[in-house]
Design a protein around this ligand. Structure first.
Ligand code: DDH
Length: 293
């Protein structure tokens, strides 16, 4: 029996297939969405504006040097969730699939609609990843505001955009066996909202050292009897005079956060990509050429 396949470029069909796999009753909080958002972000967040390397072309995490970067621990779960979609729609590249899945997951979690364009190509080997030293470019959660600026300015973002992007931590949780940190940021981690900013700016967060020695911040919520957490980098947003006003504004104004987040997440997905007036990608990053041209 032949599997029904979509036509090349039928992203609506792929969107439907992604939507259909988001509900995962046995996994985490019942949704594959958060880890898919993290996959989309890590595939794009390697961009370096100075050397114009990294970014969402390539899907380099399929190769050990980038996939095995400790910052990417756990993202194999996201890639495994998406494999049946790739099998049913083999024309789509992994780099398009991963970024599209992040956008769809945000929308389906009740977030803003994300403008997304396809056409990315996948690396055919790991030459570019190795040559450009792509691993080690993602942020380190144990650090402070200076590190955040260094990493996100390198991608071409400003202070307001850094704060807006960090609002993605309203989704999902930390896993001891992936990053070493533990727990969700908010009570309802499968629903996209501005709750992360509200909680960050209004609750009293206490430092906590986990049995493993990892240091994070915690708040015990008596209503739900759950422990919520913040990373040192999340707390750094609150302590910094350039970041803090945005934390408060996004906590107070959900619409503003949704508008700004949609814009900046879309910009994140486009890092490293150049398009012509028709939207065709002009820097394809490998010899295959733009697959939609
Ligand atoms: Fe994040 N993030 N992130 N993050 N992130 C983790 C989980 C998730 C940092 C560290 C961690 C962004 C920014 C930062 C998501 C989205 C985004 C975890 C836990 C760590 C650690 C991983 C684990 O144990 O499973 C740091 C540091 C930064 C920063 O410096 C600003 C951004 C910009 C995004 C985004 O999507 C725009 C999501 C979603 C998760 C939850 C994943 C899951 O499996 O659940």
């Amino acid at each position: 029996m032949s599997v029904s396949q979509s036509k090349k470029g039928d992203f609506a069909a792929v969107r439907q297939a992604i939507k259909a796999l988001l509900h995962q009753p046995e996994y985490d909080d019942g949704s594959a969405g958060p880890v898919l958002v993290r996959l989309a972000w890590h595939s794009s967040g390697t961009y370096d504006i100075n050397t114009d390397t990294g970014g969402s072309n390539g899907a380099g995490m399929r190769y050990e040097y980038e996939g095995g970067d400790p910052a990417n621990a756990g993202l194999q779960h996201a890639r495994v969730f998406l494999e049946p979609v790739k099998e049913a729609h083999p024309w789509i590249t992994y780099s398009d699939l991963w970024t599209l899945a992040g956008a769809v997951a945000i929308e389906e979690a009740g977030g803003p609609s994300i403008s997304w364009q396809g056409g990315r190509t996948d690396f055919v080997d790991d030459t570019k990843i190795l040559k450009n030293k792509i691993a080690g470019r993602l942020p380190d959660a144990t650090q402070g505001a200076g590190h955040l600026r260094k990493v996100f300015y390198r991608m071409g973002f400003n202070d307001q955009e850094i704060v807006a992007l960090s609002g993605a931590h309203t989704l999902g949780r930390c896993h001891g066996d992936r990053s070493g940190f533990e727990g969700p940021w908010v009570n309802n981690p499968t629903r996209f909202s501005n709750q992360y900013f509200k909680l960050l700016s209004t609750l009293e967060w206490k430092p906590k050292t986990l049995p493993s020695g990892v240091k994070q911040f915690m708040y015990y919520d008596e209503d739900t009897e759950t422990e919520l957490m913040m990373l040192p980098t999340d707390m750094a947003l609150l302590a910094d005079p350039g970041f803090e006003p945005w934390v408060r504004r996004y906590g107070e104004d959900k619409d503003l956060f949704f508008r700004d987040f949609a814009k900046v997440f879309s910009k994140l997905m486009e890092l490293g990509i150049e398009r012509d007036a028709e939207g065709r990608i002009t820097n394809t990053d490998n010899e295959l050429g733009g697959y939609l041209s």
